[in-house]
Design a protein around this ligand. Sequence first.
Ligand code: COA
Length: 158
Amino acid sequence: MKKIAVYPGSFDPITNGHIDILQRAISLFDEVIVLVSNNSKKSCNFTALERKEIIEETLIELGIKNVTVEINEGLTVRWAKERGAYHLIRGLREVTDFEYEFQMASANEFADKEVDTIFFMARNNTSFISSSAIMELYKNGVDVSPLVPNSVVKRLNK
Ligand code: COA
C-alpha cells in the first residue's frame, strides 16, 4: 500500500524552513500532500490559491517530486484519512512550538486516533524563520531571499 503523509499549514508564504521539513518527510513516504489551510481565523497575506500556486512553483523550481498541493477548509485529520493518509507532518522550532503542537496533536488524536503526527526538528538555521517574520522583514526593505524559495521572492516583487 502506498504510504502517504499530509503536511498541513497556512504557508503564508512557504519558507526554506518548511522546505527542509518537506524534503525530510519525502524520504519517508511515497507521497506527501502539502495541505494549505484556508482557515478564516487567521488573516493571510496571500489567498489560499496564491499560497498553493507559490508552493507548486517552488516544487518545480527545486525539482521536488512526489508532492502535490491541495487546499482544505475543514478538519485536517478527516481530510487526510479520506485520502488514505495516516500521518501528518509538522515541524518544531522552539520550545514555544512544542506547547502549540502538543495541543494540536492531542486535539487531532481526539478527533481520530488512526491518524498520527510525525515531528521534525528545525535545522540548518531555520528555527528563527516564520512566515510573518519574512513578511515584516520584506515590508521593511530587508532582502529575504536567503530565507525563502525564489518563487516567493518573485511573488513578493510582483
Ligand atoms: N519553518 C518556517 N516556519 C515555520 C516552521 C518551519 N519549519 N514551522 C512553523 N513555522 C511557522 C509558520 O511560518 C507560521 O508562521 P506565522 O504564524 O508567522 O504565519 C507558524 O509557524 C505556524 O504555521 P503553520 O505550520 O502554518 O501552522 P498554522 O498554525 O498556521 O496552521 C494548521 C495549523 C492549519 C495545520 C491547523 O490549524 C489545522 O490543521 N487546521 C485545520 C482545522 C483542524 O484540523 N484543526 C486541528 C484540530 S483543533
